[in-house]
Design a protein around this ligand. Sequence first.
Ligand code: NOJ
Length: 735
Amino acid sequence: MKKFILFFLVCSISFAQKKTIEQRVDSVLALMTLDEKVGQLVQYSGGWATGTETEKSNEGSDALILKGKVGSFLNVVGAEATKKMQKIAVEQSRLKIPLIFGLDVIHGFRATFPIPLAEASSWNPALVEKSARWQAIEASSAGIHWTFNPMVDIARDPRWGRIMEGSGEDPYLGSLMAVARVKGYQGNDLSANNTIAACIKHFAGYGGAEGGRDYNTVDFSERTFREVYLRPFKAAVEAGAATLMASFNEIGGVPSSANKFLLTKILRGEWKFDGFVVSDWNSIGELIPHGVAKDLKHAGELAIKAGLDMDMEANSYYNHLADLVKEGKVSPQILDESVRRVLRIKFRLGLFDDPYKYCDVEREKKSIMSKEIIQATLQSARESIVLLKNENKFLPLKKDLKKIAVVGPLANSKDNPLGGWDQQGNPKNVVTVLDGIKNKLGENTEINYEEGCTIEGNEKDGFGKAINLVKTSDIAIVVVGESRNMSGEASSRATLDLPGVQESFVEEIQKTGRPVIVILMNGRPLTITWIQQNVSAVIESWYLGIQTGNAIADVLFGDYNPSGKLPVTFPRYVGQVPIYYNHKNTGRPYDPKNHYTSYYMDLENTPLYPFGYGLSYTTFSYSDIFLSKNKIKKDESLTVSVEVKNSGTQDGTEVVQLYIRDLVGSVTRPVKELKDFTKIFLKAGESKKVEFTITPEKLKFYDINMNFVVEPGDFKVFVGTNSVDVKEALFTVVD
Ligand code: NOJ
């Protein structure tokens, strides 16, 4: 008899395994009541239900799980905590459907990596993929199934605080970074116990907020929308991203959370996305102040019909979706489709097969802050650093300096290097710049520290002590910038200057006549024109995470030759914003001999540092461009090659960048568009031939009829070390 039961069990298990995920989804769906279906589309935070209409859902989370009224939680962290809740779902609720736990793992769980904008400065997608992989290993061990990342919003306005969460201004670089992160989080097998589902956000156009003010109105043409803002999303969907998050903003009058064109026509229709879309925090509720919904019920109706599957914290689906279906306002098919999408991802994650595989306390202990992950944060931090200025080879510094002054409000900060969205990051684990320099130089150098001033305050009382210290030191390392909460969500700024009295502080330090190095720590481009003009060496470190000090010391003292390049343009002055390299030419491009051209009367058009800019301790020289053909047909490719030489005396790494310009089109085209790049290591004196292939895909754009095509005509191709210093050549595409 026993044998028979076993046989029966084995048969049914293997039958279950043979069933496709779609069949398994359907078989679960068939068992669900209306309320249970709605429950799968409800997400709450941290064990308690909150939101705009709390009265009905203000039950403890355990009760909600037991009744099958919630499908997902965010902000529940830890193998044990998630297991406790999962147990109720899969052992006590009627249908035993597992919960999915989401969290903002943006640049690390406990081991904090550099902020995403910093990592984008590495121009190294393989590095970024590895970093996401490590983040997934740590987070998955702590019960997390799903990260609300990558944030792939293109940002052309540094006033927008959330620029720090993304990969900058360029759709090509942004797409590669988006894909790298999706691959890193999701790995090759989403059902493995150390991979997590990615959520690409914020869909879409969020970075285009007017005036750079967070949550503000967005309005741009469909062409710009598709060519610039949607590109990283499309790339990430093609790479298999499991989920998306709808953005807060409207686009041309339609908020994303009620935008059928976006969530259904483009996402599901054109891109064939079959995962699910979660709202942003209460973004369904915000359809009311947006002015498209009269109440929360109406908001829910608009959202679900547009294709928004899961309600994060608005309580709209929880309170009203079942009624909307009963009243015939929302069809059962629409509801089923959303539930199907959520279940599909839960199946793909393997949660139905082993709901506890992310809840292993022993694995959690081993994975969090492992030696390997700390090493990975260091590598990532080094590659994220951008050398902005290095007059007369001022850097790297010699290690036998006798006395160093490390000054400035960020020089010994433990929490700021973590950056925004530090998740479970702990300031205790941070190596400050001061500590990093001490670690590097040991006892033989006297290293002293003075804060000098605070980040935002107006007090100059501390200047004196810092100045005196600098006067008696060989060198001054000045660490200035923004506090980490000055960028990120709801952290827009109308100015881009160093906050408080920091610039005067740098000026006073510079007046001592001692050699000065400025290290910037910030989450957005800053207008540091005075510093660029007056200080010999400037390093952009962004927020580099736990290994900040060690990475910076490696660069300062030449153990690592910097290779980072800016993923975003630095303006000279905030009035130039938005300023980005791939702008249009206009009908009146600037001509110094003609007053009636496009320029500012009180400022030059050019940026302080262009997109793609970044120095090395060595120099690279570029040969002229060689093209395999000067003429190609629309469906043909050509190769572009250059010889790059390390013309300096140190080994180094260069990011070789390729841009194109379509000279005449049925619609206007940008003056330059990044189409390819490669990162190469060259020993001092070594040369390498670098070859790029320009495929038809790289030449396509949305023509006058919104068809994505190659148009015949002349193209310029540029290759160089940044978006300005380039060699160029011409080729023609014929019909
Ligand atoms: C709001 C933010 O806009 C979004 O990026 C984040 O994922 C959610 N809150 C959840 O924390």
